[in-house]
Design a binder for this molecule. Sequence first.
Ligand code: NAP
Length: 254
Amino acid sequence: MLLNGKKGLILGVANKRSLAWGIARAAHREGARLALTYQGERLRGSVEDLASQLTEPLVLPCDVTSDADLDRCVAQVGETFGQIDFVVHGVAFAKREELEGRYVDTSREGFEVALDISAFSMTALARRVEPWMKNGGALLTLTYLGGDRVIPHYNVMGVAKAALECSVRYLAVDLGPKNIRVNALSAGPVRTLAASGISDFPKMLEVVKERSPLQRNIDLDDVGDAAVFFLSDLSRAITGEVIFVDAGFHNMGL
Ligand code: NAP
């Protein structure tokens, strides 16, 4: 029970395949009480269904492009729980047309949308949860190797992940004095709703299986268990890091 008594807010559960759901499951198993968010009414039912597997869950709407939504969501979680010990940011979005063809053809609007939802939202969230992390805390986001290297078709999402990973380092410095740690898990490819928008995604799965040291793809349990470490006191001296949960793939020459 590594998270016994801790209270956490998890953004980015769309369905049972979401990486954020893998983390929610593992955090619940380790004794945490959780708040889950959904972006719009469309997803409310499926998030409520999943949340019914948790103990005393809080389920509330939050579109990260809306300052008012972020304000309301964090305040409601803080007031209900009394404090927030950890936050998981599992949110990303780019328009489908930006995830095929050439990066050089990215539109201004496509760039702004991807960076706003996938990168800025982490900073917007961190600022709001800071006052509720009364005894320190842990912030964790999800990133991908495409933020570091050019991965075919990842395009503007790679640029957004680079901004997100850099934000992790700046946030770690700002929030470190309050014992709030900020880290990112760089997950290998997993078939999810967001991943289905990337052209040639099945090829990415194949390449990892073929070339990673562990010769396999990763799953939600791999991500959930790694997340528990970063959300728990076991990682108390680690902040500002991007940690790969990718069966070792990022170390291989392409
Ligand atoms: P997912 O299940 O589709 O989760 C993405 C989540 O982002 C969804 O819940 C989505 O809600 C939410 N979202 C998008 N725009 C939002 C907004 N404006 N406000 C609030 N929420 C919004 O896909 P996933 O693969 O688990 O993605 C989770 C994170 O893991 C992302 O950061 C992704 O880049 C990262 N990641 C994924 C992989 C992979 O291979 N799957 C690998 C490495 C990293 P809606 O469905 O309502 O849009």
